[in-house]
Design a protein around this ligand. Structure first.
Ligand SMILES: Nc1ncnc2c1ncn2[C@@H]1O[C@H](COP(=O)(O)OP(=O)(O)O)[C@@H](O)[C@H]1O
Ligand SMILES: Nc1ccn([C@@H]2O[C@H](COP(=O)(O)O)[C@@H](O)[C@H]2O)c(=O)n1
Length: 210
């Protein structure tokens, strides 16, 4: 196998990171097959909290770097680069814990990883060959997050608004926005930016052809 390229996709919560990553992935997989290209989620590396009660887990700040096991993510990225398979954790936003089952991820020529704090961690940044920042207006992110958290993450309007004001918005200004300077490509209009999707896909095709 040739050299591995690791592409990070960062940005605010609900800025469209996973939609962007999966759009790029699905179109390429249709052309190239699933060998050679893999997607990881930073959210899968939220710390396991099974030792805490549900009430205690609800008090965790999920927008602070300390909520993530970035060292494990860094180790997994290095293993994929070294041509080794990894077992990616799975995470539940309902119980705020890791699931017992992991997902095997085979090494590929291209690894995409998406998450809010990827570019804010200097050690993680060392692993990225290409960094993308989704620059979606924060009010749009909030609207999308509300709808998603209500429909998919079992949250109430009051818990969404409390969490947003207590941790999500402050962390955006403290950690996420300052990390934009480390991006090679800043993407506006998220998953609807077909030019940006095309650019990343062309780069990936070029890498896979080398
Ligand atoms: N350009 C867009 N137009 C409409 N809805 C979008 C767009 N981008 C993302 N969404 C929706 O917003 C929500 C959050 O998007 P997602 O990609 O999961 O964000 P992130 O991974 O950054 O948290 C999802 O429900 C997704 O379908
Ligand atoms: N138990 C958890 C874990 C995380 N969150 C929120 O998820 C956001 C990151 O995921 P995105 O898909 O939105 O990028 C982050 O802002 C956390 O607040 C949560 O609510 N509960």
């Amino acid at each position: 196998m040739g050299k591995t390229t690791i592409i990070a996709i960062a940005g605010a919560s609900a800025s469209g990171k996973s939609l962007f990553a999966s759009t790029v992935y699905q179109q390429l997989v249709a052309e190239l097959g699933s060998d050679g290209i893999a997607i990881l989620a930073e959210d899968a590396y939220y710390r396991d909290q099974t030792h805490l009660s549900l009430e205690q887990r609800q008090l965790t700040n999920y927008d602070h770097p300390s909520a993530f096991e970035h060292k494990l993510l860094a180790k997994h990225l290095q293993q994929l680069r070294d041509g080794k398979s990894i077992e990616m954790p799975q995470y539940s936003y309902t119980t705020h814990t890791r699931l017992a089952e992991t997902i095997p991820v085979s090494p590929g020529r291209v690894v995409m990883v998406e998450g809010i704090l990827l570019l804010s961690d200097p050690e993680l940044r060392e692993h990225f060959d290409i960094s993308v920042f989704m620059d979606t207006p924060l009010d749009i992110c909030l609207l999308r997050r509300m709808q998603r958290d209500l429909e998919e993450r079992g949250r109430s309007i009051s818990s969404i608004t409390e969490q947003y004001q207590a941790t999500v918005r402050p962390a955006f200004f403290e950690f996420i926005l300052p990390s934009k300077q480390f991006a090679d490509l800043v993407v506006t209009r998220g998953g609807q930016n077909e030019i940006a999707i095309d650019l990343i896909q062309s780069k990936i095709r070029q890498l896979l052809a080398e």
